[in-house]
Structures are given as C-alpha cells and as structure tokens.
Design a protein around this ligand. Structure first.
Ligand SMILES: [Zn+2]
Length: 190
C-alpha cells in the first residue's frame, strides 16, 4: 500500500473543495474536447456531471489529496469507496457499469461503442490530468496493459479498448478520434 503524500484531514475544507472542483473542471473540459472530436456531443457535454451531486462531491472532498483520484485513498482507509461505487453505478462510460447477472451468472456485458469511445476519451484525459507535462500518447495504453481490469471486462470490450489505445499510442489521438467518429457516424463497429 502506498503511503499518501497528503493527509486530507489536515487540509482546510475550502482548499479541498476548490482543488477538487478545479480537477473535475479540467478533466471535463479535456473529455469534452476528445468527445467532440469523436462526434459524441451530448456525451462530451454531460460527462461526469454526477460528480457535482452531493453523494459524489462530499466523499471526493473528504478524501481529496490532489495528486491522484480520491477514490483509491477512500478505499485504502475504508475498504470501499462510496464515491466510486455511486459514480460507476450511474455512468455507463465505465466498464464496471456493464456487469450483471445473465442466466443466473454474474458476468460482464459488452459495452456499446459510444460508451467505449467515451471511456477512451476519459482515460486519455485522466492520464493528461494526472501526468501533466510528463504525458505521452502511450500513457493510456500502458495504464490499460498494466492493470488487471481487462481480465474482468467483456472480451470484446477489452479487445476494442486495446485496439483504440494502441492506435492512440502509435498514430496519435487525432487519428484515433477520427477513426471512432467514422465508425459511430457510419454505424460500423469499432
Ligand atoms: Zn466517470
């Protein structure tokens, strides 16, 4: 377990509120920019709006550290993150949203392409926000490859996600966003 560099209980509430709102605002503007390039206008405008709801805002301020998402810190302390559980349950751009019982068995469901695309936009934005000037086009792919998440996603979701993130790493994000836009507008699978 990594030792937190910032103890939120020692930071004034207003400082955490402003810091968190700034991070959410910056993240949403980046996701909006990416989504618009994919032709996903409604999703670009509404991405992560639930972060302003009290149920998500309050835990995010309480566990705000600034250098990473508040969710892992909340998990380290409590064993679960109420903010995250609420967020992923309301936002179909997270693959964890697409998990349900089918025929009595818990299993992943393949993400529809528009949400998969929003998820890619989200991942790239998150890497840019947290890695700042160290960000490179390979970051989102490396994050994906180094995490066990892909083993729990629907295989089709994992395959499409890797395909797009590889495209971002090797050909740049604009090429990947143009590809997504073409697929979605012409009703072709990603
Ligand atoms: Zn989200």
């Amino acid at each position: 377990m990594t030792q937190p560099k910032v103890d939120p209980s020692k930071t004034p509430f207003l400082e955490k509120l402003c810091g968190h709102l700034k991070t959410v605002h910056m993240h949403r503007s980046l996701v909006r920019e990416h989504c618009f390039k994919c032709g996903l206008y409604k999703q670009g405008l509404t991405h992560d709006l639930t972060k302003y709801a009290f149920g998500e805002l309050i835990p995010s301020i309480r566990y705000y550290q600034g250098y990473r998402s508040p969710y892992p810190y909340e998990k380290e302390l409590k064993g679960y993150s109420m903010g995250w559980l609420r967020h992923k349950g309301r936002n179909p751009h997270h693959w964890e949203f697409w998990y349900d019982t089918l025929g009595g068995k818990w299993q992943p469901i393949a993400m529809p392409d528009i949400y998969l695309a929003e998820s890619v936009c989200d991942r790239i934005a998150a890497c840019k926000t947290y890695n700042k000037e160290k960000y490179t086009d390979r970051d989102a792919l490396n994050y994906f490859l180094n995490k066990p998440d892909k083993e729990y996603m629907h295989p089709l979701t994992a395959q499409k996600m890797e395909k797009i993130l590889r495209m971002v790493a090797e050909q740049g994000e604009d090429r990947a966003f143009a590809y997504i836009k073409d697929c979605i507008q012409n009703h072709k699978p990603i």
